[in-house]
Design a protein around this ligand. Structure first.
Ligand code: ADP
Length: 334
């Protein structure tokens, strides 16, 4: 049996370079080899303030980005999370084996609480349980996501372990759930254009979208804060300059990175020039994705047909897991 891979991105609009390098590149790397399910997790998107008028469009948009980036519907299943209600059923069941205090202690929960103090809902607290249910529903072993998701993966493993321990399989020695690991990519942490933290949809000015044109990319990079260029020595560890160098490495490779490191050391770096070159290189890598996206945008029926067919396949697998879980938990079977 091939290993099962599962990953999802929230339905909060268009994908940015962080999502692409941290998550989608990982999905692309494994789709030939493993049994993959990649999702748009719309049920997670409603845990923070959102607009019901744009949720459907945002969901479709992530699917289009997935397909345009090269996820092949012949090789992997593409899922819209809310089309498979078993996610919610399993989340409830798994929620009964996990302590509330540990969820309240999670840094991601605390951050979101601080960000939206008037929107602290049960769904937000439950986020990591639903995420565990997302992957465990398909008995996923590998999860291509960025490094920021590591705490959630740890919760997932704890839940799997706890369930396996509380409800052991009779005889076979086989556990119900594997303990999922993160599939890492080179761009597992793409830094923000603001110079602080990671590139994120929720921080305005921090990101470049996969759909941005050259002028937009140039304008966004132009705003990355830099220094005088005459400091010399080693590259700073954090801030705008540090982040420009990370982007140069991720998009321009060792060669481009090395060239600008030398310039920096020798106090002759010209950030304007570096930003121009970087904009061009990023844009060139996005052009084929944007071209494929335009074709897909013109074919909504084709995309809908894929989603319908794949949802049915996903539900079949999901229902098998739910049946097994309910049996093990002792529910009445008739
Ligand atoms: P955002 O933080 O922009 O709202 P999500 O939380 O929806 O993005 O994350 C979707 C996926 O993209 C996850 O796998 C996450 O780890 C990855 N990801 C998000 N931002 C970055 C980043 N800056 N660098 C690497 N991966 C990222």
């Amino acid at each position: 049996m091939k290993k099962r891979v599962y990953s999802g991105i929230r339905a909060t609009g268009r994908l940015h370079l962080g999502n692409y390098l941290g998550a989608v590149k990982g999905m692309l790397a494994v789709q030939d080899e493993y049994d993959c399910i990649f999702s748009v997790v719309d049920l997670h998107a409603i845990t923070t303030p959102y607009d019901p008028k744009t949720l459907a469009e945002s969901t479709r948009s992530v699917i289009l980005d997935y397909l345009a980036a090269g996820l092949d519907p012949e090789k992997c299943l593409l899922e819209v999370q809310s089309f498979v209600p078993e996610h919610m059923e399993l989340a409830y069941l798994l929620g009964t084996v996990f302590p509330v205090a540990e969820l309240e202690d999670l840094p991601t929960y605390k951050d979101k609480k601080a960000q939206h103090p008037k929107y602290v809902n049960m769904g937000l607290l439950y986020y990591p349980v639903l995420m565990a249910a997302d992957v465990l529903l398909y008995k996923g072993e590998l999860v291509p996501v960025g490094i920021d998701q590591e705490p959630h993966l740890e919760i997932m493993r704890q839940i799997a372990r706890k369930f396996n321990g509380m409800f052991p399989s009779a005889g076979s020695g086989q556990v119900t759930f594997p303990e999922p690991r993160r599939f890492k990519t080179e761009g597992e942490y793409v830094p923000s254009l603001t110079g602080e933290g990671k590139m994120s949809k929720s921080v305005e000015g921090s990101y470049i979208n996969l759909t941005d044109d050259l002028e937009t990319i140039k304008a966004k990079l132009a705003k990355v804060p830099t220094d005088s260029g005459t400091l010399g020595g080693s590259i700073p560890q954090k801030g705008g300059v540090a982040n420009l160098f990370v982007l140069a490495y991720l998009f321009g490779g060792k060669e481009m990175h090395h060239k600008y490191v030398e310039d920096y050391k020798e106090k002759r770096i010209r950030y304007g020039e570096m930003k121009q070159e970087l904009s061009q290189i990023i844009y060139e890598q996005l052009v084929p994705i944007q071209e494929r996206r335009r074709v897909l945008e013109a074919n909504p029926e084709k995309v809908n047909a894929i989603l319908k067919e794949h949802a049915a396949k996903c539900r079949e697998i999901a229902q098998g897991t739910i049946k097994e879980v309910k049996e093990k938990m002792g529910f009445l079977q008739i």
